[in-house]
Design a protein around this ligand. Sequence first.
Ligand SMILES: *Cc1c(COP(=O)(O)O)cnc(C)c1O
Length: 390
Amino acid sequence: MEERIIMDRDLIRGTRVEINLDNIEFNIKEIRKLIGGNVSIAAVLKANAYGHGAVEIVKTVIDSGADVIAVATLSEALELRNNFNNIELLIMGHTPNRQLKFVIDNNIIQTVFSYNQAKILSEYARETKKEARVHIKYDTGFNRLGFRDCDDSIEEIIKINELPSIKIEGIFSHLALKNYIEDKKQFDKFTKVIEKLKSKGLKFKYDHICDSISGVDYPDFRLNMIRPGAIIYGLKSYKNKEFILKQALTFKSEISYIKEIKKGESVGYDFSWTADRDSIIGTLPFGYADGYPRNMTKKGEVTIRGVKAPIIGKVCMDQCMVDLTDIPSALEGDVVIVYFDGSNNTVSIQEMSELAETNKNEIVGRISRRVPRVYIKDGEIVKVKEYLLD
Ligand SMILES: *Cc1c(COP(=O)(O)O)cnc(C)c1O
């Protein structure tokens, strides 16, 4: 083989996720309606936009009304910067000292929670005649990242503000979401710090503490920016029943092989499933390396021809088997809805998360590179992202 393989629609694996861009647009517009025009949206596109493909959805997200794109790591920010020159990018996580120069060189906003890092950013920015843009992270009790809640921290933030070539554009904190009482304590701590800084003459462009759940359920906590992740994709864990969103992602596959086995025959590793009747078995071309949880073994179901088919035997790395005995019309090549939003007898991501004993974000965040992403707009495929052939 001498030439590079060119992407062709026929090359797209049957195992794929479909991303409905209209639903992402709908969700961001609904978020905008909910929060009004005075609160900015830092759309969280970390973890490849929760599996949805960050590069491919940025345009939809910005065009629908997001102000800033937030990610977790420098590499995520650089992936987006490589593709988009003019978007505002915020790294919410820690960036090691040795990498801070890349942040400035690429006009990325960095989260900072130590004077030392601010000084490194300031010095490099001054040397290169650029500006270091930062958001201060303040810890109100989550105990992950952030300045400790004490007067020394206030002094350090004041000192950072006095450094040359650095601009503090925001201050933020993160809620533990234990319950309203605990969340309110964190929020009050945060607003107290904002007030204290204000009394010393420091006021930044953005104050923010809300993620998806708190941004929907605690209107009083929104300040002038929220950082929604899950709700952009239509993943709902908030309580507000009137706030309707549309899930963007469907995980699909197709039947690769159907066979009949006799009562007493077993299926898969360890022969962990044995037929208690003559059975029809379907083999499906996805497994745990695609991001389908291995612990769906014994618990999982998929939807074929509108009917649920149970996963039988152990979920393998690249394949799994289903019992099709009660869906005798099923054919090789049939579409399999592995999960969607629960409509049309599909397994929802919520159900997946409960069965797999995790949360919805992990179910989608773990979908691997081997699964092509197919983007749908106005009912048409507008783009296919096949990571392995790019
Ligand atoms: C991931 C993340 C968010 C978004 O969380 P969701 O629950 O998906 O809305 C917001 N803020 C920070 C700091 C995060 O790490």
